[in-house]
Design a protein. Structure first.
Length: 216
């Protein structure tokens, strides 16, 4: 399983740089904050700000249609039998603010998330108590011109607690598998658009040291 998804990294154009305060995610909407909320501030160690993007050309569907399809069934864009989004709160067939899912992935990234942003062309999850990580992830699409759609996955993540931080540091391969999965999700989005990929999937990773997070 790991080898299959690591092979996906061959079609990535990668950039890795240092990060800072501008790499932090937006705060949670106050109405969605409760005792289960787990923001990046609850985490430990460095924060990894990663963006995975792909462009689809000759697409038969637009950005809003893609996001609507994914919001009805997140597994539609996911690599089959590898990533599963199980709904734990909300009505099947739709996605609303406050809905909750449990994400099942290889390595120890299984965990509960809550929908904290929902627009016509995007949705964002925030992590909840019990998740190994602390952070957010957003899926979004935009129309460049008729038949051309950009799709992006943006991730802000750090270890969820001190024990996880020690484990997190040793999971370089695990993080690469995770990257391969989001690349596969980008390819799944191109498939759902019924278009074809233009160029490589682009990954940008910015690492924000823990000491800088403490001053933000």
């Amino acid at each position: 399983m790991a080898n299959r998804h690591l092979r996906a990294l061959r079609i990535i154009e990668r950039e890795r740089t240092g990060g800072g305060a501008t790499d932090l995610p937006a705060p949670w909407p106050l109405a969605l904050v409760d005792e289960r909320t787990k923001t990046y501030a609850h985490g430990h160690g460095p924060l990894f700000h990663r963006t995975f993007s792909v462009r689809a050309v000759d697409a038969r569907h637009d950005a809003a249609e893609l996001i609507e399809t994914l919001s009805r069934d997140l597994d539609a864009g996911a690599p089959p039998h590898v990533v599963t989004f199980a709904r734990e709160r909300g009505e099947p067939g739709r996605m609303l603010l406050g809905d909750e899912y449990r994400v099942y992935m290889p390595a120890p990234w299984d965990g509960p998330v809550r929908v904290i942003l929902r627009t016509e062309r995007s949705f964002r999850f925030g992590t909840l108590a019990g998740h190994l990580e602390a952070g957010q992830i957003e899926f979004r699409a935009s129309d460049v011109e008729p038949g051309v759609v950009d799709f992006e996955i943006e991730v802000w993540s750090r270890a969820g607690d001190r024990a996880a931080e020690l484990f997190y540091r040793r999971l370089v391969v695990g993080r690469e598998v995770q990257a391969g999965l989001w690349v596969q999700f980008c390819l799944g989005a191109v498939r759902l658009l019924e278009g074809r990929r233009e160029g490589k999937v682009r990954e940008i990773t910015r690492r924000v040291p823990a000491r800088e997070l403490d001053t933000c």
